[in-house]
Structure formats: structure tokens, C-alpha cells
Design a protein around this ligand. Structure first.
Ligand SMILES: [Zn+2]
Length: 208
């Protein structure tokens, strides 16, 4: 069994989506002045690898503590989207044979470029494709970028179509070191009460 950590590291250098709070880590208590080391952390709810709760797009829907744990653990497929130039469209998913109940992660050229800084031209999910995935009945969708939608785009369906259909969204996955294929997925966020999202630790498990 091999565990692949697909989470971004969290520190003051973590890439932050434009307009989101910067991450601050401060010493609150420290040895030898204090008996233990303890830190104070300030960060946005969509920092690093994170889950978008339905509440991110719909004020009256579930927060992060209402996201199904069953959906966040189990078989998943990492799709090869490395040749997609701008956005993932219906035809990109049609060739993959998406089935109901699948957890889908997409490995795009975003992973190859890395997460050292924010890029405005990240590969994103097209609105029609979001509708298509919702119709197919997938239960989880994860992307190797800080947002599944194009920044500033009026088409909100990449968030709304997935979230209103109970599809868990993971953003900020680092898939640079994993090959497309089948894995066991575990991705769990901190249990903040009724919050719109939260950082998560995500891993893939393969048999070799
Ligand atoms: Zn988000």
C-alpha cells in the first residue's frame, strides 16, 4: 500500500486566491518562556487544499460539518486532463465514461505548473460540463486549482450545479506526483460548525 499526499502545505507562503485573507501563523507561547509551544493561526476558510461546502454558494444550505463523510472516503478516479488547454468541457468527460456514484479528480496542467503562485489562466470546469457531471450523478469532484470556476466568470454553475446536487467539491489538490488512475481517496476537513468551507487533508492510496 502506498499513500500519496495530495494536500498543499500551509504556511505564510501558501498561494492564496485573490481577495481571500492571507494566512498568518504567529507564535502565541514559546519555550523556554512558556512551558509549551503554541501558535495562533489566521486564515480564510478556502485556504490551501479545501472543501467548498454547499453554504459557499447557497446561504441556506449545509455547512462544512454537514458534508457527507461517506462521500469523502472511498474509491476514486484521477482523470488525465493534461491536454486540456483552457477549460474542461463535456467532450473531455464523455471520453472517460463517467458513471453514477463516482468520485472524480482531474489532473490538469495546473499540477505540472505547480502552486508557487496564483495563475489567472488555470484550467477550470466549464458550466455545461458541471451540469453534465451533476446529471451523471458523481458524488465528489476535485481539481488541482484553487477554484473550479474561471475567476470573474458570471457562469456560477461549476459551483452551483455541483453543490446543489450534493457533490462534494475539493479545490487546491496537488496531483503533480500522482498518475491518472484508480485509487482510494480520503479527504477530511476540520469540523467547523456551519461554515462555508474548510481546509482539508487529502490523500490517495494505491496498492503498490
Ligand atoms: Zn473554495
Amino acid at each position: 500500500m502506498k499513500i500519496h499526499d495530495i494536500s498543499l502545505s500551509l504556511d505564510k507562503n501558501t498561494v492564496i486566491y485573490p481577495g481571500n485573507p492571507v494566512m498568518i501563523v504567529e507564535s502565541y507561547k514559546s519555550i523556554p518562556k512558556d512551558p509549551t509551544n503554541l501558535s495562533k493561526i489566521t486564515f480564510g476558510s478556502h485556504t490551501g487544499t479545501h472543501i467548498d461546502a454547499p453554504k459557499h454558494a447557497f446561504s441556506d444550505m449545509a455547512g462544512i460539518d454537514g458534508v457527507s463523510l461517506e462521500k469523502c472516503v472511498g474509491k476514486c478516479r484521477v482523470l488525465d486532463m493534461l491536454d486540456v488547454k483552457e477549460k474542461m468541457e463535456i467532450r473531455d468527460f464523455e471520453r472517460c465514461g463517467i458513471e453514477s456514484g463516482e468520485r472524480i479528480l482531474v489532473k490538469t496542467k495546473n499540477s505540472e505548473r505547480g502552486f508557487g503562485k496564483f495563475h489567472d489562466d488555470s484550467v477550470y470546469l466549464d458550466g455545461d460540463a458541471a451540469d453534465y457531471l451533476a446529471d451523471k450523478g458523481i458524488i465528489l469532484f476535485g481539481i488541482d486549482s484553487l477554484s473550479i470556476k474561471k475567476r470573474g466568470d458570471e457562469d456560477a454553475r461549476p459551483h452551483t450545479s455541483l453543490l446543489k446536487n450534493g457533490i462534494v467539491i475539493f479545490e487546491g489538490l496537488d496531483l503533480s506526483k500522482v498518475e491518472p488512475g484508480e485509487y482510494e481517496f480520503i479527504g477530511l476537513a476540520l469540523k467547523f460548525t456551519d461554515l462555508d468551507g474548510a481546509p482539508a487533508r487529502a490523500i490517495l492510496i494505491s496498492k503498490d
